[in-house]
Design a protein around this ligand. Structure first.
Ligand SMILES: [Zn+2]
Length: 291
């Protein structure tokens, strides 16, 4: 699933091609994409709209359009945006044509992706405000904010990190990489983290995301650049998907455990397991086959 660095990669690649252009054709081929809005209404709103800017909020790609309109696009599990593909690819859900004859295609085999059109900045902020919390790599993303959000929470810190309403844009890959960098076991209850832990976690999240952006995202399944190329962050993973391999820091074997239903990779020497979680956390880990 594309996370913050993958969506940011798409935004950076696409922005120069679409900024200042006008949409001259819009075909929404899958009514599920705009649900509950009818595709025809969204098509009508997109037709003739100029793209003023391409923004990102968490995992959302935010199209700032003329007439104070915003198209809030989410790739979910398998969505991809392709610029000028040679032929219309299978699973094409949306087709946009620009006034310079270039075409943009939204492809999504599993059809979980969405596109929501709103009128006015207030409606945009309201839509995003209930769905996503503070954006990493901004001044508001502080250890203090994290500590306040995590206070008294008994849920594992990994579940906390994945909660989009608290931290925008972090998914399974970057959560594992961030917790490893911070030396924090994913099963530790969020409310038990110390001020120092929160500092290291904040830094770990930002470092992992920055490196992901620098590597132009991770392509372990469907994620592709707008020209179909793959990202390279999967070659730089420290722990994610590296079960059975040595920890890059201490050499101990990386294990796969399950936290909140998600496959989770951890070096239990660098990330000491919390007391009282031993039997459950580890017995599940022992039953989970590597990679
Ligand atoms: Zn280690």
């Amino acid at each position: 699933m594309p996370e913050l660095p993958e969506v940011e990669t798409i935004r950076r690649q696409l922005a120069p091609h679409v900024t200042g252009r006008t949409i001259v054709q819009a075909q929404l081929l899958d009514p599920r994409w705009t649900r509950p809005d009818p595709p025809a209404a969204v098509e009508a709103a997109l037709l003739g709209a100029a793209v003023q800017r391409l923004d990102r909020a968490g995992k959302y790609l935010v199209w700032v359009l003329s007439g104070d309109r915003y198209l809030l696009m989410h790739l979910r599990m398998t969505g991809t945006l392709l610029f000028d593909p040679a032929a219309p690819p299978p699973h094409t859900r949306v087709l946009l044509e620009l006034d310079d004859s270039h075409r943009l295609v939204y492809v999504d085999p599993r059809r979980f992706g969405t596109g929501h059109l709103v009128h006015g900045a207030a409606a945009r902020d309201e839509y995003l405000g209930v769905r996503i919390g503070v954006e990493p790599l901004t001044p508001d993303f502080t250890a203090r904010y994290l500590r306040e959000q995590g206070r008294a929470r008994t849920a594992p810190v990994k579940a906390f990190v994945l909660d989009q309403r608290r931290i925008a844009g972090v998914g399974n890959i970057y959560a594992d990489e961030a917790l490893f960098r911070a030396g924090i076991h994913p099963l530790r209850p969020a409310g038990r983290l110390t001020a120092g832990d929160w500092e290291r976690l904040r830094d770990g999240i930002e470092e992992a995301l920055k490196e992901g952006i620098e590597a132009k995202g991770a392509s372990i399944d469907d994620f592709r650049h707008i020209d179909g190329a793959r990202g390279s962050f999967q070659d730089r993973f420290l722990v994610h998907r590296r079960a059975g391999k040595p920890c890059p820091r201490c050499g101990a074997t990386i294990r796969k455990i399950v936290v909140g239903g998600r496959g989770t990779y951890v070096c239990e020497r660098c990330q000491p397991r919390p007391r009282g979680r031993t039997s459950r956390g580890l017995s599940r880990a022992a039953r989970t086959p590597g990679v």
